[in-house]
Design a protein around this ligand. Structure first.
Ligand code: WT7
Length: 629
């Protein structure tokens, strides 16, 4: 499974294109199957459907946990670094993690959770979050993790969309010097979720919280009574493993569905290869398990490889901007995987936070979530990697399940700010507006993938049509990523950013329509238009143009009120960085907002607005520019 040099990469790549079924079957056969598969792939991108290892049966936790009990039972699986740097780090060995997952699986079963039922998990970054995820997988329940920063409204939308019957949460959370309510937020959400029968609460902050008789249970009490023996459920490879909601260009987030077999094979394969993981290496992914990066490269990918995975509860700037470097020293981290926004933010705090930090354990660095600019890449390379650690700039998406275009650490020759080459099994293609393939090198286009890989999105929960139209209809016969991309003279890929109405704020995906809907819910707002704009630390910031009924009323306070409404509707991550009150928006005669113009104004480029003659009222533009100055 492990590629060892550039020639092997090229060989693996060619084989994966010429004989994809043979290529993936060989890799899949390295796992334990309850019932071996005989069919490898069945697919159509025209009437979208993909099935990998269709008639095989397996359980991902049997491969991520039980399999390692024979070889490395007492090696660390998860190393939990708590928010407070002085608090003891807690290690769960494979044996211990296995026992706790089995116990919690039995807790879920005792609550009537069956194979195929949906379970919502809303928790901070503590070991029990990983345990809850794995327990669902073990009994065949479909987990839907909702990032701990989302609002009650967002939680209830997600719970109702997939009809979860059980929710797992904590009393509260600690992040830096803040205590954040969790159970209370869940309680607010559940006011409008009749499908939820049970809530399981793990203690974290010992904050007083209401506990409803007949609905709410304490994790600790249930766990004590549960047996630590639980036979993993036999899952068909194509049974859903989880749902993860992500933003698109329309207002409503989509529940991306991944299935058991293909996701297992692809996350394990990409983890082993891209990071060149060696037995005993300590791997530290800073992402929250609430995002796909945490699912695939903090939990599943590492555990499937018997790796040691660091799970950090806190934030990079607490107690100070040297926290990541302290964690690297404390746990002797060999592979460090983070986002450009974190790198830029820490860079901004100055190099004094690096003084005296021993980073000599590091061997490989990774970047994920957004394009990394050359300046941040170089700082990462020099100051963190000391010029000695390859940086893998990994391009992928919630929908792809695993890494797609990325260097293989120490093997693929690097170029700053390039995701470099497609991994084996990935067949990228650039197309123009009309869907015509752009061949050759030194070109730009829209990035599509023309052949399925094992962890491709299977459907959007409860709405397969939406999956078809979103990903497979823009360019018939191709999976459309939504990203713009260049392929340089050497055939290297560089992702240039979204070409749809999706923003990337600090590596988090937020739809412009979602933020507009939230702003429009604010009293007195008539209409709004939201665009992304370049932001030094976040990559992109959110710029909102807002039309109010009473434009002369206290602007500053109204701005703050609107931010509060957005935080309440979506969550604090969606709060606009700038709000400009306007009296009109640039619309075409057919009523479409010309976002191109709004983007230019947000960027401060007033001179190059392009053709505005098709606007219904071109004078709006002047007044918007005046207001922006
Ligand atoms: C979008 C996916 C799965 C990664 C976490 C975010 C952007 C992701 C890169 C990269 C340039 C990147 C793309 C993509 N993106 N990685 N290495 N270089 N852009 O997952 O929330 O599903 O967002 O993030 O625009 O489409 P996501």
């Amino acid at each position: 499974m492990r590629i060892k040099n550039l020639q092997e990469y090229h060989e693996a790549y060619s084989l994966s294109v010429e004989k994809p079924e043979q290529f993936w079957a060989d890799i899949a056969n390295e796992f334990e199957w309850i019932k071996p598969f005989t069919k490898v792939l069945d697919w159509s991108f025209d009437d979208y459907s993909v099935k990998w290892f269709e008639d095989g049966q397996m359980n991902i936790t049997a491969n991520a946990l039980d399999r390692h009990l024979k070889t490395i039972p007492d090696q660390a699986a998860i190393v939990y670094e708590p928010n407070e740097p002085g608090d003891e780090a807690i290690t769960l060995t494979y044996r211990q993690l296995h026992a706790r997952v089995c116990k919690f699986s039995n807790v879920l079963k005792a609550q009537g959770v069956n194979k195929g039922d949906r379970v919502c998990i809303y928790m901070p970054m503590i070991p029990e979050l990983a345990i809850a995820v794995l327990a669902c997988a073990r009994i065949g329940a479909i987990h839907s993790v909702v990032f701990g920063g989302f609002s009650a409204q967002s939680i209830s939308d997600r719970i109702n969309d997939s009809q979860c019957k059980l929710v797992i949460t904590t009393d509260g959370a600690v992040r830096g010097n803040k205590t954040i309510p969790m159970k209370e937020t869940v309680d607010d959400a559940l006011v409008s979720c009749p499908c939820v029968e049970t809530v399981i609460v793990k203690t974290r902050t010992k904050t007083p919280i209401p506990m409803l008789k007949g609905r709410d249970l304490w994790w600790e009490e249930e766990e004590i009574q549960a047996s630590d023996v639980c036979v993993p459920e036999a899952m068909n490879a194509e049974d859903p493993l989880f749902i993860l909601y992500t933003s698109g260009s329309t207002g409503k987030p989509k529940g991306v569905v991944h299935t058991c077999g293909g996701y297992m094979v692809y996350t394990a394969y990409t983890f082993a290869n891209v990071f060149q993981y060696n037995p005993g290496d300590v791997f530290f992914c800073t992402a929250d398990i609430g995002w796909i990066t945490g699912h695939s490269y903090l939990v599943y990918g590492p555990l499937l490889n018997g790796a040691i995975s660091v799970l950090f509860e806190g934030i990079p700037t607490y107690p100070d901007a040297g926290r990541f470097w302290d964690i690297i020293k404390r746990h002797q981290v060999n592979i460090f995987y983070t986002a450009p926004t974190a790198i830029r933010s820490l860079m901004g705090f100055g190099d004094e936070f690096l003084v005296g930090k021993d980073l000599s354990s590091l061997r490989v660095l990774g970047s994920v979530g957004e394009p990394i600019n050359v300046e941040a890449w170089q700082w990462y390379d020099e100051k963190i990697g000391k010029g000695n650690c390859p940086i893998v700039d990994t391009w992928w998406q919630t929908e792809t399940g695993g890494l797609m275009i990325s260097p293989i650490a120490g093997i693929t020759p690097l170029k700053p700010a390039f995701a470099t080459l497609p991994l084996p099994g990935v067949q990228p293609i650039l197309v123009d507006e009309n869907g015509k393939e752009i061949e050759g090198n030194g070109v730009n286009g829209n990035l599509c993938i023309k052949y399925p890989w094992p962890s491709i999105i299977r459907t959007t929960y409860g709405d397969h049509e939406r999956c078809k139209t979103t990903y497979f209809s823009t360019y018939p016969g191709l999976y459309f990523t939504g990203d713009g991309c260049m392929r340089d003279e050497d055939g290297y890929y560089r992702i240039t950013g979204r070409v749809d109405d999706v923003m990337n704020i600090s590596g988090h995906r937020i739809g412009t329509a979602e933020v507009e809907n939230a702003i429009n819910m604010h009293t007195g707002v008539i209409e709004s238009a939201v665009v992304g704009f370049p932001h030094d630390v976040k990559g992109q910031g959110i710029y909102a143009y807002v039309i109010c009924e009473h434009p002369t009323i206290n602007d500053e306070l109204t701005r703050k009120d609107i931010l509060a409404t957005v935080a309440r509707v979506i969550g604090p991550i969606a709060k606009p960085d700038k709000i400009q009150f306007v009296t009109g928006l640039p619309k075409t005669r057919s009523g479409k907002i010309m976002r191109r113009i709004l983007r230019k104004v947000a960027e401060g480029e007033f001179g190059s607005l392009g053709d505005t003659s098709t606007l219904l009222d071109p004078s709006v533009v002047d007044s918007i520019i005046k207001g922006a100055l």
